[in-house]
Design a binder for this molecule. Structure first.
Ligand code: BDR
Ligand code: CA
Length: 325
């Protein structure tokens, strides 16, 4: 099993990342941290807890910790246009999953980065190299690597994140949302010396939740759980249609989890990636020097393609596993 820590901002696609990380037999999920992004960190945190309950993953052994409320330098930006006011809306604009009454009581107390450090270093002591999977802004990850560089020096972790783009962006002409909302954090992560794998829009835009995907989930037996997942995807489909004009929504975040489960599903290239932090026009752009024009040392593995059919198999299998539990 691969030890994984998941840092996320649920978020419809983050919810599916939680499900996949929770139910793939190769993943040993050490804990979950939340971050500002799709909505405020208060909302993404209750959403994470709500997902865990809805997915039958709310065990006492799975620590959940609330992370940073703001980017390192800039004011926070949220994405209600895509994820709704709650950050995880259903089609009626209500929370998709029932929210916990007393979320604070369900969280691990303490500073997020310290809790992450404690669990990741403990795993390292027992010989496990942790994959830190990030599906939101890289604020928590940047702080962790800044405060605890020994995690990198001792090769205790590697970072796999959903975000960035080789070419065009989504919420900016050349910037992807997770990078755009905290470019300075992304820069810290790329320059940290950690092994970093970026799963960019070029890959996640192939993970489209088509009508066929949605009806396969529904037709496999219409349980309340499956209907809720179909509502999740339908909400995402509607907002992607109205905001971006996409017919089918890309399920970005579980692609990073899929990379950890089976890197062989991906074509990758090692290259130099730098993050634009100065320009107003392009802040958060992941400048991918694919042809090594700058002759700078390579600092990232970039996923370029994914076996989409296998990806959906992973998702369908996670849904079965959650149902059987
Ligand atoms: C990313 O932005 C968020 O809205 C999604 O959850 C995903 O992590 C895609 O650009
Ligand atoms: Ca996300």
């Amino acid at each position: 099993q691969q030890a994984v820590w998941l840092d996320c901002d649920p978020g419809h696609d983050d919810a599916m990342a939680i499900l996949l990380a929770g139910y793939h037999p190769c993943v040993s999920l050490l804990g979950i941290s939340t971050v500002h992004g799709n909505q405020s960190v208060a909302k993404t945190t209750v959403n994470a807890l709500a997902c865990l309950r809805a997915f039958g993953m709310d065990s006492d052994n799975l620590p959940v910790v609330r992370g940073q409320a703001r980017p390192l330098v800039r004011p926070p930006t949220h994405c209600a246009e895509i994820h709704g006011e709650t950050g995880l809306d259903n089609l009626e604009g209500e929370p998709l999953f029932p929210l916990p009454r007393d979320p604070d009581a369900m969280l691990v107390s303490g500073k997020c980065v310290n809790v992450m450090y404690e669990h990741i270093s403990r795993a390292a002591l027992s010989g496990q190299r942790v994959k830190l999977v990030a599906t939101g802004a890289l604020t928590n990850v940047a702080l962790l690597l800044t405060l605890y560089p020994e995690l990198v020096e001792e090769d205790a972790l590697e970072v796999v994140f959903m975000g960035g783009a080789i070419g065009l962006g989504n919420t900016g002409p050349v910037a992807e949302f997770n990078m755009q909302i905290d470019p300075e954090a992304a820069k810290v992560v790329f320059e940290s010396g950690a092994k970093v794998t970026m799963v960019p829009l070029e890959v996640t835009h192939t993970a489209l939740a088509t009508e066929a995907v949605i009806s396969e989930i529904r037709e496999d037996g219409s349980s309340e759980f499956r209907n809720a997942l179909c509502d999740l995807l339908s909400f995402f489909k509607d907002t992607y249609k109205s905001y971006f004009g996409f017919d089918d929504p890309p399920l970005h975040d579980p692609c990073a989890v899929a990379y950890v489960i089976d890197p062989d599903l991906f074509e990758t290239e090692d290259m130099r990636v730098d993050v634009e932090t100065h320009s107003d026009l392009a802040a958060g752009q992941t400048v991918c020097d694919r042809h090594n024009l700058q002759k700078k040392p390579k600092n990232a593995t970039v996923a370029c393609e994914m076996d989409v059919e296998e990806f959906w198999d992973l998702i369908h299998n996670a849904i079965y596993a959650a149902e059987k539990k």
